[in-house]
Design a protein around this ligand. Structure first.
Ligand SMILES: [Zn+2]
Ligand SMILES: [Zn+2]
Length: 214
């Protein structure tokens, strides 16, 4: 947990953001007094009432020239926290030096035959379109000795290997040139499993799933 501190209008406040994107202002931080509150605070409808509520419930105590937080207070966002503290509509990430907003981490699970699972799986067939990519796929399979890199199965039927090529970074499909490191050889089962989640299961995760199902 990294503590971020900021000072402005002779008011200092510190806090941290949790994994849910909320921002916790720490006890001992200060907030501007009422006559320093700007009209921009009311641009977001909940902020003025929230500030009042923190005062009436005794979480922010009047110290004359400013308010003091006498307990930790959880805000919905760094911006909500900064706006309440300094009494105007502020970008909390900037104020507290939190850097760029991170993408929410999400995981979606699909059934084997769901459109989503099949869609991702089929996207890798883009690799069979251009001559260059076809050569790369061939090279990758040779490099992996036609062996599934998750479950290590190697199947040859009628002198042909049952092995597929999986693209590890599908965002780049069609956007920039595929590199051999973007590809990995997987058996059809492991390949289908890899696409049963978004973001895709990694090869290590697929291997673990396979191993735990034996
Ligand atoms: Zn496999
Ligand atoms: Zn794939």
């Amino acid at each position: 947990m990294e503590i971020h501190e900021s000072e402005s209008k002779s008011v200092r406040a510190s806090g941290y953001s949790n994994e849910k994107g909320k921002f916790i202002i720490l006890k001992g931080s200060f907030a501007v007094n009422d006559n320093q509150v700007q009209s921009s605070l009311s641009e977001k409808p909940k902020r003025v009432p929230l500030r009042k509520e923190l005062i009436t419930t005794g979480k922010m105590i009047d110290r004359g020239d400013k308010y003091e937080f006498v307990e930790n207070v959880i805000f919905n966002s760094p911006s909500e926290a900064a706006s309440i503290v300094w009494g105007s509509n502020l970008n909390g990430r900037k104020v507290f030096g939190l850097g760029e907003e991170l993408l929410p981490s999400y995981k979606l699970y699909f059934e084997i035959d769901s459109t989503k699972a099949i869609e991702g799986y089929k996207k890798d067939h883009v690799l069979s379109i251009s001559e260059r990519d076809r050569k790369l796929v061939k090279a990758r399979k040779e490099q992996d000795d036609f062996t599934c890199q998750a479950c290590k199965v190697r199947i040859k039927i009628n002198n042909k290997f049952v092995i597929e090529c999986h693209h590890l970074n599908p965002i780049s499909l069609g956007e920039r040139e595929t590199k051999i490191e973007d590809l990995i050889s997987l058996c059809p089962t492991c390949h289908r499993i890899a696409h049963m989640r978004e973001p895709m299961y990694s090869v290590t995760e697929v291997a673990e799933i396979k191993a735990s199902n034996k």
